[in-house]
Design a protein around this ligand. Structure first.
Ligand code: ARG
Length: 596
């Protein structure tokens, strides 16, 4: 379906045309149009332009007004009023009719008039990368939630998106786990703890047990330590018995990860889980190529890459270590192999890494190394670095005992709190929800609250994990947005025979205009969000939308508006608001229940 030009785009174009008619030297100058409180839009471009051409800005602005071709009077007039103000601004009011017509065109399109990107490319996005045999924590929550939203936003624009979950499934710690499992073959048996042997919790507790037991032995028994080290060599050389045990451990972790993903309402497909192990066979070649091209050099036995601007506190350069002096490969070598694969084989033109900001130096060095090696075009890779989740004390989020908070515990608590809110609201409002419905909505509200709290702050910032605030009905929360959506659905259900129909001939009340103009900004907001990878701007847009809707709802009766055309037009605004909220929330990965 066709994309719909926004009112802002139309006004911008018309003012730009008038500007170049008034002043041929100004052809292609930007009128610098923005939304304004005084009128609908303000154009500030005349100021700088007049200054540059040594003219008078107010005179130039007046000429632009004169040059606007017959706006008033003709049928599709968009600009209803334009006047020069201040030192040479233009204050522009658009016609009510134009607002309703534009919104009607959006409503007629299933994409709400949002265009596809003109030249979509291929993006590989590395996100949600938990570590095998370990618990998921809030850092993995951030990567998963932000990554999922960005995938949805980019795909919505028509971008080809390849997901890569670079899980930590390789490395020396597996020698210890596998060796223990070989010596204690029943350690991961599913039947050991009775009924729910297949659940994520059970899988994780088996892994925890394995981890603790093997660690204890590793630390106390020199013989075991040696056998564990030998096991790493067998793993890397592809020994079948060793690999079989390794697969068992990875499989157990996948049960656990999927249970968390299910609860988080995020779809992670097995074919996209391409962990560190997948690059094992390429590491030797990566090292060879880096060494022969001179990008990496031997230093104290290790293969290193040096950077002029990366130095330690002692002033000595800090290298990226591609191969350790004992011949082992680490995290960096794997990331370099992954870049080669993603650019060379998968054909990516953009690489994104949704990873904790504390790994910024690692990625800076890895990207620069890959660029020097000719594997990565300049500027093609970017870390979407996120900040730390803090506790209420402002310190990194920990349990009272100082341990990492388990993601599952957090999610369970969020769902519990949200369920209480949903139940209480339902009782107050006299809504008849069954126990099952309350549980389902509690989950959608609770998980939505956690996701929204994360996505509504700029990702580079730290934020405080505060469940009380997250599930609050007031303020910038997903619950507030979900209630706005559900309230509209309830009005639409009560409308009986009255249907949402746009009536461009009707004058609009101030709250209707404000809501309408904001609805019209959806497409441009999404475009900006996709270009800068900033989901928080979509969240902010949706919050403002719900706020505009609340004002509209307070000031403009819908079903009791009296006149039939007004009822239809207001239902139309309600319906478009609901569809926009639904679409926007879906792009953030958050559900909008029909009833709450
Ligand atoms: N598994 C790592 C962690 O939990 C994150 C991996 C990030 N991705 C990457 N390509 N290095 O910290």
């Amino acid at each position: 379906m066709a994309s719909v030009p926004s009112l802002a785009a139309t006004v911008r174009r018309r003012v730009a045309e008038a500007l170049s008619a008034a002043l041929p030297e100004a052809a292609s100058a930007d009128p610098l149009l923005r939304r304004s409180d005084r009128a609908d839009f303000q154009a500030n471009g005349m100021l700088a332009l007049a200054k540059k051409l040594k003219g008078n800005p107010r005179e130039l602005a007046a000429k632009v007004v004169e040059s606007l071709p017959g706006e008033s009077g003709d049928g599709d007039a968009v600009i209803a009023g334009i006047e020069v103000s201040g030192p040479g601004f233009l204050n522009i009011t658009v016609a009510d009719e134009a607002i309703t017509r534009t919104l009607a065109a959006r409503a007629a399109d299933e994409r709400l008039g949002v265009p596809y990107a003109e030249a979509p490319g291929t993006t590989v996005i590395d996100y949600s990368q938990p570590n095998v045999a370990k618990e998921m924590h809030v850092g993995h929550l951030r990567s998963t939630v932000i990554g999922d939203a960005i995938v949805r936003i980019l795909e919505h624009r028509g971008e080809k998106v390849i997901r890569r979950h670079h899980i930590g499934d390789w490395g020396t710690q597996f020698g210890m786990l596998i060796q223990y499992l070989i010596e204690h073959p029943h350690e991961l048996d599913h039947t050991a703890e009775g009924g729910d042997g297949e659940s994520g919790e059970a899988a994780m507790s088996r892994l925890n047990r394995l981890y603790k037991a093997s660690r204890a032995l590793f630390d106390s028994d020199e013989g075991f330590k040696q056998r564990a080290r030998d096991r790493v060599v067998l793993l890397q050389s592809g020994d079948e018995t060793t690999l079989e045990m390794w697969r068992k451990i990875v499989g157990e972790s996948m049960i656990y990860f999927h249970a968390v993903y299910d609860q988080l309402d995020v779809e992670i497909r097995d074919e996209d889980v391409v962990g560190e192990s997948a690059y094992n066979d390429d590491l030797q070649q990566v090292v060879k190529d880096l060494e022969s091209s001179g990008v990496a050099v031997r230093s104290e036995g290790a293969l290193c890459v040096f950077f002029d601007d990366v130095k330690g506190p002692d002033g000595k350069p800090v290298p990226l270590i591609v191969q350790k002096s004992n011949g082992g490969f680490g995290y960096a070598a794997t990331d370099l192999a992954a870049i080669r694969d993603r650019v060379g084989k998968l054909g990516a033109d953009t690489l994104l890494y949704v990873v904790d900001a504390r790994q910024a130096l690692h990625f800076k060095m890895v990207f620069e190394t890959a660029r020097r090696a000719g594997w990565l075009p300049e500027g093609a890779a970017r870390q979407l670095a996120f900040g730390t989740v803090l506790g209420k004390d402002g310190k990194p989020f920990k349990t009272r005992e100082g341990e990492t908070v388990r993601l599952v515990d957090l999610l369970n608590e969020a769902v519990e709190r949200a369920t209480a809110v949903v139940r209480e609201k339902a009782e107050q409002g006299g809504a008849e929800l069954t126990g099952e419905e309350i549980a389902e909505r509690g989950a959608q509200v609770g998980i939505g609250a956690v996701k929204y709290a994360d996505l509504s702050t700029s990702m580079s910032r730290d934020y405080v994990f505060d469940l009380d605030r997250m599930v609050s009905l007031n303020g910038d929360t997903s619950v507030y947005l979900q209630y706005a959506y559900a309230r509209i659905q309830s009005i639409l259900r009560k409308a009986g025979d009255a249907r949402p129909v746009a009536h461009p001939e009707l004058p609009l009340a101030p709250a209707e205009r404000a809501l309408g103009l904001h609805l019209d900004e959806f497409a441009e907001t999404l475009e900006g969000v996709a270009e800068t990878y900033e989901p928080h701007k979509l969240a902010a847009y949706l919050y403002q939308l719900a706020s505009h809707y609340t004002t509209f709802y307070d000031q403009c009766p819908v079903l009791k508006a009296g006149d039939g055309a007004t009822v239809e037009n207001r239902l139309f605004l309600c319906d478009l608001t609901a569809r926009t909220l639904h679409q926007g929330m879906a792009l953030l990965g958050i559900r909008t229940p029909e009833r709450l």
